[in-house]
Design a protein around this ligand. Structure first.
Ligand SMILES: C[S@@+](CC[C@H](N)C(=O)[O-])C[C@H]1O[C@@H](n2cnc3c(N)ncnc32)[C@H](O)[C@@H]1O
Length: 365
């Protein structure tokens, strides 16, 4: 059977690499999702290990659907009661692409009615997000895949980030840019605008091979067929594959309060011992290392921080540094392309929440 894994825009190639590491095949790739094959064990492993995924869905049923009558009959015929839903509370959403059924709203409404009928629920009760099971209807052409969310809340919300400063980077996007910047774990990494420490903490977790999701509950743990022994084995394997090496990661910020948040977050993730936190203004501070280091950062930009000051000098200095070291910058600063417009840089469009951003990265030599 198939598994559908969603991810931030344009991160599907990184997700595909994660699947490869878990020995899972790629069946199909979309800009915000990939399809693979699954067993329940694989579903547990991807949920635990993916640094890039948003949600992991098990494709339970699929059918060719061209009209709403067909849709109702098909959804009604599925065995909702006995399979995976312990609770009768559920939420539904849908996407359609190039299909005869074009309205996502009507798709959800008809499917909703059919599930209630199938479960013999006369009145729709208010759903509690903690208990409710998410069903996702994925229509590509006239092929309808009925998918069950096995993750619960989006996997980008890491357990350790209890504190955030202004304009935080999504955690899976931070992991994505670290991977895209080809950081070598034995080289120092610095984030001079660390905010709540997202890049520094994700880098430390990555270098120490700590599963991003070892402390949370997943939807699959509520399923009737949940295999506690397999899950415990996977957790134990993850624990045994962690490294305890020290890495040189430096997190700096001009705002002392925000830097305090970064420290708390790193302590939550048990990686504060490999990150140095330094209260410093990038404009006046000196870089610590010789040139063989990685600078990966998300500097302030107007759109999210509403900054009035002229940020041009700050970006010019960043561009000067990046000529000499490695890494990259994620931002939507309007003149970035001018500063990084050379053969030494490549750029990739990404989304931080709903904001379109660019990631400019130094090409390896
Ligand atoms: C976009 S936020 C970084 C958010 C961070 N990536 C996160 O996930 O929380 C930019 C950060 O730059 C800091 N900052 C602004 N000007 C600075 C300067 N001149 N030197 C150092 N840090 C500065 C701000 O305090 C803010 O925390």
């Amino acid at each position: 059977m198939q598994i559908l894994i969603t991810c931030p825009f344009w991160c599907a190639s990184l997700l595909t690499k994660e699947l490869k590491r878990l020995n899972l095949p790629l069946i199909e790739s979309h800009p915000t999702a990939v399809l693979s094959e699954w067993t329940w064990k694989d579903i547990y492993r991807i949920n635990l290990w993916s640094r890039i995924a948003n949600k992991v869905y098990a494709v339970m049923w699929e059918e060719s659907i061209t009209n709403f009558d067909q849709l109702f009959d098909f959804i009604l015929s599925l065995n909702w009661n006995s399979l995976f839903i312990q609770t009768t509370q559920f939420s539904l959403h849908a996407t359609c692409k190039n299909s005869q059924i074009m309205s996502e709203k009507s798709l959800v409404s008809v499917a909703h009615k059919a599930i209630l009928t199938s479960l013999n629920i006369l009145e729709d009760t208010k759903t509690d997000p903690e208990k409710s099971q998410e069903v996702f209807l994925f229509m590509s052409g006239n092929n309808l895949k009925v998918c069950i969310n096995t993750s619960w809340a989006s996997l980008h919300q890491r357990w350790w980030r209890t504190q955030t400063g202004p304009a935080p980077l999504k955690e899976n996007l931070a992991a994505a840019i670290i991977l895209l910047s080809w950081w070598k774990f034995n080289k120092p990494l610095i984030d001079p605008f660390c905010g709540s420490g997202t890049i520094a903490v994700e880098a430390a977790l990555l270098a120490r091979n700590i599963a991003p999701w070892k402390h949370r509950k997943f939807a699959f743990q509520q399923f009737k067929n949940f295999d506690f022994n397999i899950w415990n084995e996977i957790l134990l394997d993850a624990k045994n594959s962690e490294y305890n090496n020290n890495y040189q990661i430096v997190a700096r910020d001009i705002d002392e309060k925000v830097l305090g948040y970064a420290k708390i977050n790193a302590e939550n993730a048990w990686v504060s011992d490999c990150i140095s936190f330094e209260h410093q203004d990038f404009q006046s501070g000196l870089m610590l290392f010789e040139w063989d280091f990685w600078l990966i950062t998300n500097p302030p930009y107007w759109k999210r921080l509403n900054a009035n000051e002229d940020l041009a000098p700050l970006y010019e200095k960043l561009a000067d540094y990046l000529k000499e070291c490695y890494g990259g910058i994620i931002s939507s600063y309007p003149w970035m392309w001018k500063l990084f417009n050379s053969k030494h840089f490549s750029h990739k469009q990404l989304y931080n929440w709903a904001d379109e951003v660019e990631f400019y990265r130094k090409k390896p030599v």
